[in-house]
Design a protein around this ligand. Structure first.
Ligand code: HEM
Length: 163
């Protein structure tokens, strides 16, 4: 029971860091970019992306690992057929698939799209000259692409609540 509580505590803590970290960038860092000049905005977001990315990926991996310990080591999943023959197994499989897709999407699509805008030569040239029209437009597009990750998080929350 103590082991279960410790792993559940870690699972919830890592999911707060993962979900909360991504939410913080979208809801606080992105709006701040409008308040500073174009070159500073580009530099700031690039630093935030480089610094936060490995930590967010690690938090996501730890959520999936602790979720696996909760379901398979401590929980009732004993055989591979439990994954489709029991309600718990079906629920856990959905959480695992959505977790992996959300982490993969954020790491390989959302992150790469935003970094490609921030390291684009034309964008660097224009923002250094103080022009931000194209930068804002491409950043908004990146924001829309990255927000698909939010759909994954909401699905995971739904699955965790309606187990
Ligand atoms: C951001 C994503 C996630 C959040 C916010 C989250 C949150 C939670 C919360 C709050 C609980 C406690 C629920 C309860 O005791 O009724 C829980 C339990 C659990 N979660 Fe997650 N979770 C996430 C992702 C995942 C993933 C990806 C998996 C699968 C790999 C997973 C597997 C589990 C399992 C097996 C339990 C224990 C359920 C039980 O048997 O009591 N979770 N999670």
């Amino acid at each position: 029971m103590l082991f279960y509580k410790v792993v559940l505590f870690l699972h919830i803590l890592f999911s707060i860091l993962w979900f909360g970290g991504v939410l913080f960038i979208g809801s606080c860092i992105f709006p701040i970019l409008r308040k500073v000049d174009a070159a500073s905005a580009r530099n700031l977001l690039l630093k935030v992306m480089y610094y936060s990315h490995p930590k967010l990926v690690l938090a996501g991996i730890l959520v999936i690992l602790t979720g696996t310990v909760l379901g398979v080591v401590i929980g009732p999943i004993d055989t591979i057929s439990d994954l489709w023959q029991t309600d718990y197994g079906v629920w856990w499989s959905k959480a695992l698939i959505v977790g992996i897709l959300t982490l993969g999407y954020g790491s390989f699509i959302g992150y790469k799209q935003t970094v490609s805008v921030l390291t684009d030569d034309l964008i660097i040239h224009l923002t250094n000259k103080g022009h931000r029209g194209l930068f804002n437009q491409k950043l908004f597009y990146s924001f829309l692409i990255s927000s698909v990750e939010g759909v994954g998080f909401l699905t995971l929350l739904y699955l965790m609540i309606f187990k």
